[in-house]
Structure formats: structure tokens, C-alpha cells
Design a protein around this ligand. Structure first.
Ligand code: FAD
Ligand code: NAI
Length: 473
């Protein structure tokens, strides 16, 4: 039986990063992953295979098509009868996945991480070593290690009333692989997946109807930012209804009928495809956690402390399989932190500076507290809001919807939250994260020179506006 200092279970953005960092720190490391794509093992987890990366590839392709059909004419560019080849769009996306997955295998070789294939489960814990069984398509293997990092990620949550078949009733995997534009796509859940995948298919011609159970749209985000996003998505023809109670769903004769209640009234949507995007559940079922006494909560999440330590010595858990936001960069950062803690270092993880991004058009991004949170925590704050409307770079791009809102402590001026809706705010948010990590004040950002013309000037203006000295507002 092969023995390692560290065995990582799961090769997603949490696991593969943890494995590389642990190897860099001098440990012997193996990473076990069971995910397959087209019959071959494929590293990168949900993020690379059926999540972040393929969705962003399709968002870009569909955005290019939407620009060509709707906005390039404003630039004086036109073409007759533009077409989109969906199969080619999917092939491009698949090619990106293949390249990146083999890139991770290359990084494993470079860093001397042993890549093991198959489904892992705990077998035993004896004399300070954990033994793990691996099932590689029926071929059994065992490895042992002193330290275990569980990074098994998550899977889509399903509705009790209907099974996902990824033909008509889709989860993220099916929504990323539709080889024909559905005439009418119904989405249950106006969360991140619903809005991003709804945008992809709306841009290439689907009628998109989103049904959301919560009473408000994007309740966890800044209220003003959520309103701005809703306004823009509605303008793009995406219909979003909140406060619904989903009832019976019938998948018959190539049509899906979704019955729901809204304000006590019975309604229904008849669509060609239904995307169910109502959150995700942790992958702990097949792990045989009882064999070693690893504790999970009632929803299946592995219970960890702030440092990702489980209830067992030298067993750690990171990413989607533990508490906290289900985001790739959160998983990766936890992976680095755990590897460094195993090496006796003392890195920290600050949940308050995890950025959130939704890659719609306009994009939405935020870090830190919302106004609602500050109010409920009784923290006095000031705010500065600046719009992209007259920003020269945004006008040049032809994307000038949205704004940047900065929230700073009334007393100390320390930045407490930054909320953005607008072009490339997925990139602009990094400045906000750096500022918050360095405990910057709004005055610090106001005094920093921002290039002209650039979108970042709107962040600068928001910082100036905190002190009521905005120059372009
Ligand atoms: P995962 O990426 O889920 O990886 C876990 C791996 O472990 C998988 O390969 C799984 O097969 C494997 N595994 C599970 N159990 C076992 C076992 N017993 N033995 C061996 N292997 C096992 N996040 C962002 O930050 N930005 C985005 O833009 C974004 N877009 C997304 C879009 C979609 C459609 C979806 C579904 C998710 C998106 N996410 C995004 C979320 C992101 O994908 C996850 O937060 C991230 O992948 C979690 O990383 P992880 O390493 O914890 O788990
Ligand atoms: P989500 O948690 O973002 O949204 C789920 C939505 O479904 C919520 O608004 C919820 O109120 C609603 N809902 C739940 N049950 C419902 C029901 N029965 N009927 C109607 N609505 C219901 O989950 P989603 O979109 O599935 O994404 C999963 C995870 O993937 C998220 O946690 C997110 O962090 C991650 N992700 C991140 C992305 C990014 O960072 N850009 C992109 C896509 C996913």
C-alpha cells in the first residue's frame, strides 16, 4: 500500500490547489479524483468540468452573438442575418475544459503530486494513519496518509417533485450542453446559475422565464444593486417572478409544464426545457465517513472550524463540502491555508473579503457588508455612489449601465463594503478586495491615481463621493 504525508480527496479548485501547495511545502502528496468526462478522468472538479469555466465560455460566446445582433450596429458594424452555430459554441467550450484539465495533470507532474483515479472512501484510522479505499471502475486500491484533506465538492440539489434527466429537466450539466436553442427555457431559482445560464440561452434566442421562491430578487446582495441588475435583465427580455411556490411539474410529449402559485393564484408555464438551479448539496455520501468517525451536519456538510479542521486529528475539509459560500476561489484559498497549516504555518482566511461575482450583463460584484447588514448590526456608515453612465471608457465600450457603491465607517472611514453593477466589475472588484484586505479608508482610494479613461475611475468617484466631493456626479 502506498503511503503519503498528505492525501487529498477531490481534484477541484479546492483539492488540486491544496495538493500543489502541500507538495511545494515538501510533503509527499496524492490527489484522488473520480470525475470523468467523455469516459476519461478529468481533473478540475465542478468548476472546470461543469461550472465556472464552461459557463463563462458560453457567456462570452452568447454575449458576442448578442452584441452582433443588437449593439454592433451602434458602432457602424452590421451583417445580414447573423447566425450562431451552437455545436461549435459547445465544442469551443469543451476544448477549453480539455486544455485546462490536462494543464492540471501537467502541474501535478511538475510538482510531483501523485494523481490517482477513482472514487475514494474511508476505510480505517489506525496508529495515526488513515487508510483510504479507491474504486477505479471496479479495480480496488488502497492508500494511507498521515494528513487527509477532503475536497469532494458539491452536486446540484434537485426538486422532490421531478427527477433531472438532463434532456428536458436540466441541472447545470444539462444547461451547459444543450445542442439546440430551446424555444422556451424555464428556470427554477433566480440564483447565480439560473441568471448566468438563463442569460446564455436568452442571448441566443430562447424565451427565458425564471421562477424564484424568495420574496425578493437576490436578497443577499445590496438592494440597490439587485434592483439595477433586475431592471437590466428584464430589459433583455428575461422574465423573473419572485415569491412563487412551485407545484406539480409534468414532463410529457417534449414539453415541461410547471405549475406554481403566486399570491394565492394558480399559474403555469409551459416550456421546452426546465433548468432546476436551487442550490447545491455537499458530496459526502460515498465517503464512508462513519468508518473513521468524521462528523457531518444534518445537511451532509463536513463540520469544520475556522481553520478547516474537522473533529478528527489531521483530517481537514475545504471548499463546497464545508460551510461558507460555494465559490471556487474560496475553495482554493482554503486549500492553500490548510496545506500551510499542515506545514506549521499560521495563515488566515477572512470571510469578509471573499468577492462575489455574477457574470450577467451587466455584471454584478461585491465584497464586504451590504447596507442592510450594516444597519442590522447598528454600524453607522457613509456611502458614495458613482455611475458608469458618463464614464468615457464605459461609453466607448457601449456598456454604461450600473454603478459602484462604497460603504465606509462613519467614524473611521474604513471601507466596509463595495457593491458594483456594470461592465467588467468582475475585474474591478479586485481593487475593492485589495483595499479591504489592507483595511483602506475611502480617502485612501480617493487619493490613489486611477488611469484615464478607465472603468476604475468609477470606483475612484465612489470613494470621492463618500466624502461628498465627487467630481463627475
Ligand atoms: P468541486 O469543484 O466540486 O470538486 C470536487 C471534486 O471531487 C470533483 O471532481 C468530484 O468528482 C470529486 N469527488 C467527489 N467525491 C469524491 C470521492 N469520494 N472520491 C474521489 N473524488 C471525489 N464559483 C466561482 O467562484 N465562480 C464561478 O463563476 C462559478 N461558476 C459556477 C457555475 C456553475 C454552473 C456551477 C455549478 C458552479 C459554479 N461555481 C463558481 C462554484 C464552483 O464550481 C465551486 O464552488 C467549486 O468548484 C468548489 O470547488 P471544490 O474543490 O470544493 O469542489
Ligand atoms: P443559489 O443558492 O445561488 O440560488 C438558488 C436560488 O434558488 C435561490 O434564490 C433560492 O431562493 C431559489 N430556490 C431554492 N429553492 C427553490 C424552490 N423550491 N423554488 C424556487 N426557487 C427556489 O444556487 P445556484 O444558482 O444553484 O448555484 C449554486 C452555487 O454555485 C451557488 O452557491 C454559487 O455560489 C455557485 N455559483 C457561483 C457562480 C459565480 O460565482 N459566478 C456562478 C454559478 C454558481
Amino acid at each position: 500500500m502506498q503511503n503519503f504525508d498528505v492525501v487529498v480527496i477531490g481534484g477541484g479548485p479546492g483539492g488540486y490547489i491544496a495538493a500543489i501547495r502541500a507538495a511545494q511545502l515538501g510533503f509527499s502528496v496524492a490527489c484522488i479524483d473520480g470525475n470523468t468526462r467523455n469516459g476519461k478522468y478529468s481533473l478540475g472538479g465542478t468548476c472546470l468540468n461543469v461550472g465556472c469555466i464552461p459557463s463563462k465560455a458560453l457567456l462570452q460566446s452568447s454575449e458576442n452573438f448578442a452584441e452582433l445582433t443588437h449593439s454592433f450596429v451602434d458602432h457602424g458594424i452590421s451583417c445580414d442575418n447573423p447566425k450562431i452555430d451552437i455545436k461549435k459554441m459547445l465544442a469551443r467550450k469543451d476544448d477549453i475544459i480539455t486544455k485546462n484539465a490536462s494543464g492540471i495533470s501537467f502541474l501535478f507532474k511538475k510538482n510531483k503530486v501523485t494523481e490517482l483515479h477513482g472514487w475514494a472512501s474511508f476505510k480505517s484510522a489506525e496508529s495515526g494513519k488513515y487508510t483510504i479505499s479507491i474504486d477505479d471502475n471496479g479495480a480496488k486500491n488502497e492508500v494511507s496518509a498521515t494528513h487527509i484533506i477532503v475536497a469532494t465538492g458539491s452536486n446540484s440539489r434537485h426538486l422532490p417533485q421531478i427527477a433531472t434527466d438532463n434532456v428536458n429537466i436540466l441541472d447545470n450539466e444539462g444547461a451547459l450542453d444543450l445542442n439546440k436553442v430551446p424555444e422556451h427555457l424555464c428556470v427554477i431559482g433566480a440564483g447565480v446559475i439560473g441568471l448566468e445560464m438563463g442569460s446564455v440561452w436568452a442571448r441566443v434566442g430562447s424565451k427565458v422565464t425564471v421562477l424564484e421562491a424568495a420574496p425578493t430578487f437576490m436578497g443577499a446582495a445590496d438592494e440597490q444593486a439587485a434592483k439595477e441588475l433586475l431592471k437590466n435583465l428584464t430589459k433583455q427580455g428575461i422574465s423573473i417572478t419572485t415569491g412563487v411556490k412551485i407545484g406539480e411539474i409534468v414532463n410529457k410529449a417534449k414539453k415541461v409544464t410547471i405549475k406554481y402559485e403566486l399570491n394565492g393564484e394558480s399559474k403555469e408555464v409551459v416550456a421546452d426545457k426546465l433548468l432546476v438551479s436551487i442550490g447545491r448539496t455537499p458530496n459526502t455520501n460515498g465517503l464512508n465517513v462513519d468508518a473513521i468517525g468524521l462528523k457531518v451536519d444534518e445537511r451532509g456538510f463536513i463540520i469544520v472550524d475556522d481553520d478547516c479542521k474537522t473533529n478528527l486529528p489531521n483530517v481537514w475539509a475545504i471548499g463546497d463540502v464545508v460551510r461558507g459560500p460555494m465559490l471556487a476561489h474560496k475553495a482554493s484559498d482554503e486549500g492553500i491555508i490548510v496545506a500551510e497549516r499542515i506545514a506549521g504555518q499560521h495563515p488566515h482566511f477572512d470571510f469578509n473579503t471573499v468577492p462575489f461575482v455574477i457574470y450577467t450583463n451587466p455584471e454584478m460584484a461585491w465584497v464586504g457588508k451590504t447596507e442592510h447588514q450594516l444597519k442590522s448590526e447598528g454600524i453607522a456608515y457613509k456611502k458614495g455612489v458613482a455611475s458608469f453612465m458618463a464614464n468615457g471608457r464605459a461609453l466607448g465600450l457601449g456598456h454604461n449601465a450600473g454603478f459602484v457603491k462604497m460603504l465606509a465607517c462613519e467614524e473611521t472611514d474604513r471601507i466596509l463594503g463595495i457593491h458594483m453593477v456594470g461592465p467588467f466589475v468582475s475585474e474591478l472588484i479586485s481593487e475593492a478586495v485589495v483595499a479591504m484586505e489592507f483595511m483602506a479608508s475611502s480617502e485612501d482610494l480617493a487619493r490613489i491615481i486611477h488611469a484615464h479613461p478607465s472603468l476604475s475611475e468609477v470606483t475612484h468617484e465612489a470613494a470621492l463621493a463618500c466624502d461628498k466631493r465627487q467630481l463627475h456626479g
